[in-house]
Design a binder for this molecule. Structure first.
Ligand code: APR
Ligand code: ZN
Ligand code: ZN
Length: 359
C-alpha cells in the first residue's frame, strides 16, 4: 500500500522548492511512518535550497527539524506504537557503532545507518532526503525518532530536534559552560537563540548577543541575552573585549562562516574557548594566529549539540513544561507547508526567529 503525501522538493539548487504530492511506501522492518505535526525551517535547509551546500542527490526532500505522531509501525519495531508523539533525531543513534558505544550519539556512523526501504515516488522518479520532514508523512528508521511526552504541542516540539539541541547542547554538552562564565554568541537565528538560552540555563553571568540585524536583538533579550552588539555598526571583537575587560570565557559561532569563527576566537580571553556551531561550508577554511592557542585558548567544533537525543529531548521538554525553556517565543510564524518558499524569504530577510511549517 502507498500513502499520498505532500512534500517540499528541491529539483535544482537555487530554484524554489516544489510542493507536490508523492506516493510513500509502507514502513519496512525496523521502520515507522510518522504523520508530521510541525517542522521548523532551519538554515541547513536553506543551504540545500540555495546551493550554499552543494548536493548531487537530487531531487531531494527537505526538512530535518520535526515532530509528529507515529501512524504505522513496521515489523520488529520495539518501543514505538501508533499514536506516540515523536521528535526526529538528525543522526540515527544506531546504538552499536564506535560512537554510540562511547556515548557520542551525535556522531553515530552513517556506515551503520539504515536507509528506509519505503521510498517516496512519483512515476519512476526516486527522491533523496534525510528524515524528510517537509512532508505530511515520512518513513524513517526507528532509531531516527525519540518518543516524547504526549502533552507537548508538536509545532513547539519540532524545534527540540535541531535548533534547541544544537544550541543548548553546544553550551551544556560540548563547552560545559560553568555558572558565572561570560559568553558571546555570533548569530541570533533559531540556533543562536538557543545557544543564548542554553547559556542562561547554565547560569552565565554575561551573555552577549552579536548579529548584523538589530531586529534580532528583541528575541535575544527575551531568551536571556544581557548585552547586544550590532556587528554591522561596530567592531564586535573590540566591543566584547570592552564589555568584559579582555574577552569572554566562551564564544559561540552560530552562522557557519570563516570570518565570524575567527572573530569568535579573537573575542575570547586567555584560556577561553571558541565553539563552532554553525554548519561549516564544504570549502570553508579559517586562518588563526597561533599565539591565540598558545595562550591556552581552545577552538572546538560541535555537531548537533553533542546531543544524546533519547536522553536530552526528555529533559529539554520537561524544562519547556515548567516554563524554563522558551519555545513559544522562538516560533515567530507558523505557515502551511505550501508556503515553504515564503518561509525561506522570511529567513533571508531576518524577519523571524523560526518559522514552523504545519502540513
Ligand atoms: N555577523 C553576525 N551575525 C550574522 C552575520 C555576521 N557576519 N551573518 C549573518 N548573521 C546572522 C543573521 O542576521 C541571522 O540572525 O546570523 C543569523 C543566522 O540565523 P538563521 O538564518 O536563522 O540560521 P539558523 O537556523 O539559526 O542556523 C545558524 O547553525 O545549524 C546551523 O546550518 C545552520 O549554519 C547554520 C547556523
Ligand atoms: Zn537544523
Ligand atoms: Zn551509532
Amino acid at each position: 500500500m502507498t500513502t499520498s503525501t505532500l512534500a517540499a522538493v528541491i529539483y535544482e539548487q537555487g530554484q524554489p522548492a516544489v510542493v507536490e504530492t508523492l506516493e510513500l511506501g509502507d514502513p519496512g522492518p525496523g521502520e515507522v511512518m510518522v504523520k508530521i505535526g510541525g517542522t521548523g525551517v532551519c538554515h541547513s535547509d536553506h543551504n540545500v535550497y540555495s546551493g550554499y551546500r552543494k548536493t548531487e542527490d537530487l531531487p531531494t526532500i527537505l526538512g530535518h527539524e520535526g515532530a509528529g505522531i507515529v501512524e504505522k509501525v513496521g515489523a520488529g519495531v520495539h518501543g514505538l506504537d501508533e499514536g506516540d508523539k515523536v521528535v526526529f533525531a538528525i543522526r540515527p543513534m544506531c546504538g552499536k557503532c564506535k560512537y554510540c558505544s562511547t556515548g557520542r550519539w551525535n556522531l553515530c556512523s552513517p556506515i551503520t545507518s539504515h536507509t528506509p526501504t519505503a521510498e517516496f515516488r512519483k512515476n519512476e522518479t526516486k527522491y533523496f532526503g534525510g528524515v524528510a520532514t517537509f512532508t505530511e508523512h515520512t518513513v524513517v528508521w526507528e532509531n531516527n525518532v525519540v518518543k516524547v511526552d504526549s502533552e507537548i504541542p508538536l509545532d513547539k516540539a519540532a524545534l527540540v530536534g535541531c535548533a534547541v539541541i544544537t544550541g543548548v547542547g553546544a553550551v551544556v554538552n560540548r563547552a560545559k559552560v560553568e555558572t558565572g562564565s561570560t559568553v558571546a554568541v555570533w548569530g541570533c537565528g533559531g540556533v543562536g537563540l538557543n545557544v543564548i538560552q542554553g547559556a542562561y540555563l547554565a547560569g552565565a553571568s554575561r551573555i552577549i548577543a552579536v548579529d548584523i540585524n538589530a531586529d534580532k536583538f528583541q528575541y535575544a533579550t527575551q531568551v536571556g541575552a544581557t548585552d547586544t552588539v550590532d556587528a554591522s555598526q561596530t567592531d564586535a571583537v573590540e566591543a566584547i573585549r570592552g564589555l568584559t575587560g579582555g574577552g569572554v570565557d566562551y564564544a559561540f559561532e552560530v552562522i557557519g562562516q570563516p570570518a565570524t569563527l575567527r572573530q569568535a576566537l579573537e573575542a575570547t580571553c586567555e584560556g577561553g574557548t571558541a565553539v563552532l556551531v554553525g554548519a561549516a561550508p564544504d570549502d570553508g577554511e579559517v586562518m588563526i594566529p597561533m599565539r591565540h592557542l598558545f595562550l591556552d585558548r581552545a577552538l572546538i567544533g560541535c555537531s548537533a549539540g553533542t546531543g544524546r537525543p533519547r536522553y536530552d529531548f526528555q529533559w529539554l521538554i520537561e524544562l519547556y513544561k515548567q516554563g524554563r525553556l522558551k519555545l513559544d517565543d522562538l516560533v515567530t510564524r507558523t505557515r502551511p507547508l505550501t508556503e515553504v518558499n515564503e518561509a525561506f524569504r522570511d529567513m533571508e530577510a531576518g524577519a523571524v526567529a523560526r518559522t514552523v511549517l504545519v502540513p
